[in-house]
Design a protein around this ligand. Structure first.
Ligand code: MV4
Length: 508
């Protein structure tokens, strides 16, 4: 056992603040790191100490492994918490920590590599007896075998990249006519995105729910699960609203999915907090998808219904302590919902909106938690993820959690940037959402106008988002120069006109 006294937080924004708070609660000294654009960021003040990384882009700052290790040594931090994103699922960083005698708060590099490779993760799931969508593995250039595999599985099929995850490089194929071309593009996409062209074929599960199980595993062989989170409301493979429990998971299904998650954790030698993702079809059959070897964005909904602080559990596991909780100690009480508050304009296809939080006031009151990384006056930098905060509500049942979420969304004041708040308010008032009839197609089905702008190919989407962000940034910089503080409505209309114009050009 190690007595961890000081932790370096290798992240920024709301998650860095969340981890700094957990450190404070545990009596652990926290060390923040920050890039140039983040030099006045709130996560610096949330921590006890702060060190500059230099650089602006992620690649120049939060991803520079050697710099982070050097700061850990200089500051005397015994452990590094990577948060999510950045270095959280980077096996070579976990290995570098090990070589430098620094505790990486997460699984071992071996487990990160094993589960990061979707084909190896699949094999591990098979060994653990988990249900999986029927699949075949093969080299993408063996077309004859691919045709046989697809035929055996039955169309429609989905081509996935072995090095993928998060939906990158996936292709749906409806019939055998489309197979060869899809295999070729999927392999070339996978090759350029991951430097690994291996792909595999899976039976396509139509209109599934995305339901995941939170697990905790200590270094003494104890593994428990903390129930599920339903994360079906997403766009471009990015979650927007999550909840726990899932409206369709009863105690029996929770136990079966939980036991499956524990089984793969044991088989892989998992240590720490992790998430096992499943697809759930209309008949409530569940299929293994992948394991996320990190603390997830949506972890608070699990915390609110179980009363367990997942970051504290991570600290204790990293220190070598035994889990204080047995499976039978885990109870679920009430219902929690999370809305991710992104600096994005939902009506324009969720394009990033950067700028300064001219006015910013968070909601509070009964059943409301806000995990945020910003305060009034802060700017949302163009360089990173556009998540401003997470708004989480708890209620004794789902209806109360929804009512509190509506109230809190209405109470939330953000001026200076567009946010997803108006969109989330629409969802909280949407009858299908209220009825709990969710699927990964929810946004496309219920908000077809948004879906149209979301349907842009990813590259174009990225391009238009980038251009919109630049236009937005330049406009606001100019305003700042003129001493103007807020975005006028007229400016907003002009800007959206320009963005629409740009989008029309790119769509041709
Ligand atoms: C699937 C699927 C349907 N059938 N696999 C997307 C992200 C990656 N982790 C796996 N994904 C999917 N795999 C089979 N066999 C549908 C998806 C999927 C999805 C999954 C979870 C959350 C949102 C999604 C959106 C579109 C597709």
């Amino acid at each position: 056992m190690t007595d961890i006294k000081k932790i370096l937080i290798a992240n920024r924004g709301e998650i860095a603040v969340r981890i700094a708070r957990a450190c404070r609660d545990a009596g652990i000294t926290s060390v923040a790191v920050y890039s140039d654009p983040d030099r006045t960021a709130y996560h610096i003040r949330a921590a006890d100490e702060a060190y500059p990384l230099g650089g602006a882009t992620s690649a120049e700052s939060y991803l520079v492994q050697e710099k982070i290790i050097a700061i850990a040594k200089e500051s005397g931090a015994q452990a590094i918490h990577p948060g999510y994103g950045f270095l959280a699922e980077n096996a070579s960083f976990a290995e570098l920590c090990r070589q430098n005698n620094i505790i990486f708060i997460g699984p071992t590099p071996e487990v990160i590599s094993l589960l990061g490779d979707k084909l190896e993760a699949r094999q591990t799931a098979v060994k653990s007896g988990l249900p999986l969508a029927p699949a075949g593995t093969h080299a993408s250039d063996d077309i004859k075998k691919a045709h046989q595999t697809a035929k055996d599985i039955g169309y429609p099929i989905l081509i996935k990249a072995a090095a993928g995850g998060g939906g990158k490089g996936m292709r749906i194929v409806e019939d055998e006519d489309g197979l060869e071309a899809a295999l070729a593009t999927a392999a070339s996409e996978a090759s350029s995105a991951f430097g690994d062209k291996r792909v595999y074929i899976e039976k396509y599960i139509a209109r599934p729910r995305h339901i995941e199980i939170q697990i905790l595993a200590d270094t003494h062989g104890n593994v428990i699960h903390l129930g599920e989170r339903e994360c079906s409301i997403q766009r471009r493979h990015q979650k927007v609203i999550e909840e726990s429990p899932s409206p369709v998971v009863d105690d029996a299904l929770r136990s079966r999915m939980g036991e499956a998650a524990v089984a793969i954790a044991r088989e892989s030698g998992y240590i720490g907090a992790g998430t096992v993702e499943f697809l759930v079809d209309e008949k409530l059959n569940f299929y293994f998808l992948e394991v996320n070897t990190r603390l997830q964005v949506e972890h608070p909904v699990t915390e609110l219904v179980t009363g367990i602080d997942l970051v504290q559990e991570q600290f204790k596991i990293a220190a070598g302590q035994k889990l204080a909780l047995k499976q039978s100690d885990i109870n679920h009480r009430g219902h929690a919902i999370e809305c991710r508050i992104y600096a994005e304009e939902a009506a324009a296809g969720f394009i990033p909106s950067t700028g300064r939080l001219a006015a910013y006031n968070e909601p509070s009151g009964p059943g409301v938690r806000v995990d945020s990384g910003f305060v009034a006056g802060d700017s949302i930098p163009v360089y990173y993820d556009s998540l401003i905060a997470k708004l989480i509500t708890w209620g004794s049942d789902r209806d109360q959690a929804i009512r509190r979420m509506r109230r809190a969304l209405e109470e939330y004041v953000v001026q200076g940037v567009e946010t997803t708040i108006p969109f989330e308010l629409l969802v909280m008032k949407n009858q299908r959402y209220i009825d709990g009839k969710l699927s990964t197609h929810f946004i496309a089905d219920e908000f077809p106008d948004l879906a149209a702008s979301l349907a842009q190919p990813e590259d174009e989407m990225a391009l238009s988002a980038m251009a919109a962000a630049i236009v937005d940034f330049q406009r606001k910089s100019k305003m700042a120069g003129l001493g103007q503080r807020e975005t006028s409505t007229a400016d907003s209309w002009k800007l959206s006109g320009r963005i629409d114009g740009l989008r029309k050009v790119w769509q041709k």
